[in-house]
Design a protein around this ligand. Structure first.
Ligand code: SF4
Length: 322
């Protein structure tokens, strides 16, 4: 019997024994089974800044998990060894939700991050773990491309505290040719997560010649401001050649600087740059008085001057969970 997966916009119709486009969901005897449930292939303790989340519990640790597979197939994927693999091609560990919580506790992590590949494809594992974590006072963080249908995302957002959602480029053509996906569902997910009260940060990885035109960056920034708000942190990330895009050069620093200026001109208050050795571009400045409030070097947290989430100099409330 054919089964249709309603989890993401790809809506795979699967014959008996067939896996979906993400490789992680299989039709087994007429039932759609998430075959990586409870079997992460990556486990790490990361600084929350590495997600990147700069306005959510700075200086804290996130217990980070992923399973094999992905519903996108970005030509530049930095985790392609696990995201573009069949689950049986990678080494995985048995770790049911309860055990994830125990490990997070033991390792003094304030949050669990569902990351590296995409939590959309290990949805049920993420959902069950998130519910348990919430009961026990541990926060939940999604690092995702946001390529998911509205209903399952809404359900997951009930238990999600923060999310870094990739906005990979502000063009449907870019999404289709580079990511094997489409733009509109990602925009919808960003709005849904925000409406659900999730602390949303956005990442845009700049790929030379493909998504780095002034027009595309500017359109992206204006969209973020109009739909998510001027206080939404936006991270521009520097590309280094990977996977099927080794032909492209790394993003020039000048492009990152240009993007930062375009974002500021669009009215965004918190603009950051990743994979760049410039601590000024990783630190948080008060949009009210321009004083440096949270110091970082790359993804290392160096200290915060915030007092109850406010600037100690001018009293402005700074967006985030502090
Ligand atoms: S989650 Fe996987 S199986 Fe389901 S529709 Fe998306 S790609 Fe297909």
């Amino acid at each position: 019997m054919k089964v249709v997966c309603e989890l993401c916009p790809k809506k795979c119709a699967l014959n008996q024994g067939e896996a979906g486009n993400c490789r992680a969901r299989v039709n087994l005897d007429g039932e759609l089974v998430a075959i990586t449930y409870g079997f992460p292939c990556a486990l790490h303790v990361d600084p929350i800044e590495k997600k990147p989340l700069f306005h959510f519990l700075p200086g804290s640790r996130a217990f980070s998990i992923a399973t094999a597979g992905c519903n996108l197939h970005c030509l530049n994927c930095q985790n392609w060894e696990i995201s573009q693999a069949n689950p049986d091609q990678v080494r995985s560990f048995r770790m049911p939700p309860k055990q994830v919580i125990r490990a997070a506790r033991k390792l003094k992590c304030k949050s669990i991050a569902y990351t590296y590949t995409d939590p959309v494809i290990f949805y049920e594992y993420t959902l069950d773990t998130s519910r348990l974590a919430r009961e026990q006072g541990i926060r939940n963080v999604l690092v995702t491309a946001g390529y998911i249908n509205h209903k399952p995302l809404k359900e997951l957002c009930k238990y999600t505290d923060a999310a870094n959602i990739d906005l990979k480029g502000f063009s449907d053509k870019f999404y289709q040719t580079v990511c094997n996906a489409t733009l509109r569902p990602v925009l919808n997910s960003l709005v849904t997560a925000k409406e659900c009260g999730v602390e949303v940060e956005v990442t845009n990885l700049l790929l030379p010649t493909l998504n780095d035109s002034d027009e595309m960056i500017s359109n992206l920034c204006h969209w973020v401001k109009s739909n998510l708000g001027e206080d939404t942190p936006l991270h521009f990330s520097r590309f280094s050649p990977r996977y099927k895009m080794r032909n492209l050069p790394p993003t020039p620093i000048a492009t990152i600087e240009k993007a930062r200026q375009l974002a500021k001109s669009a009215g965004l208050k918190y603009v950051y740059a990743g994979n760049v050795l410039n601590s000024e571009w990783a630190s948080t400045f008060c949009p009210g008085c321009d004083k440096k409030l949270v110091r970082r070097a790359g993804v290392s947290f160096l200290g915060s001057k915030l007092k109850n989430g406010k600037c100690p100099h001018c009293g402005k409330a700074i967006e985030g969970v502090w």
